[in-house]
Design a protein around this ligand. Structure first.
Ligand code: CTP
Length: 149
């Protein structure tokens, strides 16, 4: 029998296979404290692939592309499941896009994007490990430099 570590939801989004240590960062991206419907968070659950994983279930919410792009930067192995009437109706793995616009701050304090009202733009030069190059100042950032907007 299949027993769920965190109970099933009727409608909403399930973010599964989060690297356990990144679970609360994903929770921040999804702004779960402002949700009005059921939110379930599991951490250090057993996973065949990751050893330990995190999972976040949000009732009544379909997560949007911007949120998926942010999650991909923090939890590259995450899977998104959309649930309708207790069934998984859509399942996909998050993916880092080629260009990241408006979601990551450039870490160079002198970059023009930190001084003028322009949307940040970074080119993904490597996905694993993640390396991003600022479109404006051309500085290269690693995962430790990433600050989400
Ligand atoms: N889930 C849920 N509520 C439902 C249906 C599914 O919370 N009504 C969750 C499950 O707990 C699981 C995820 O959605 O974490 C995906 O469900 P399913 O595809 O049935 O599970 P697995 O086959 O284990 O998924 P995967 O192959 O992606 O590991």
């Amino acid at each position: 029998m299949k027993v769920l570590d965190v109970s099933a939801i009727k409608d909403g989004s399930v973010i599964d296979h989060i690297d356990s240590k990144s679970t609360l960062k994903v929770a921040d991206i999804l702004n779960i404290q402002n949700e009005e419907q059921v939110v379930l968070v599991g951490m250090n659950l057993t996973s065949k692939f990751l050893g330990k994983k995190g999972i976040i279930k949000i009732g009544g919410k379909i997560i949007d592309q911007k949120e998926v792009n942010k999650i991909a930067l923090i939890a590259p192995n995450a899977t998104v499941n959309i649930i309708k009437d207790y069934e998984v109706v859509k399942k996909f793995k998050v993916a880092v896009p080629e260009v990241i616009e408006g979601i990551v701050k450039c870490f160079n304090p002198n970059c023009v994007s930190n001084h003028h009202k322009i949307e940040t733009k970074l080119h993904v030069v490597s996905k694993n490990p993640i390396r991003l190059q600022c479109h404006y100042c051309e500085r290269i950032m690693n995962s430790k430099d990433i600050v989400l907007i």
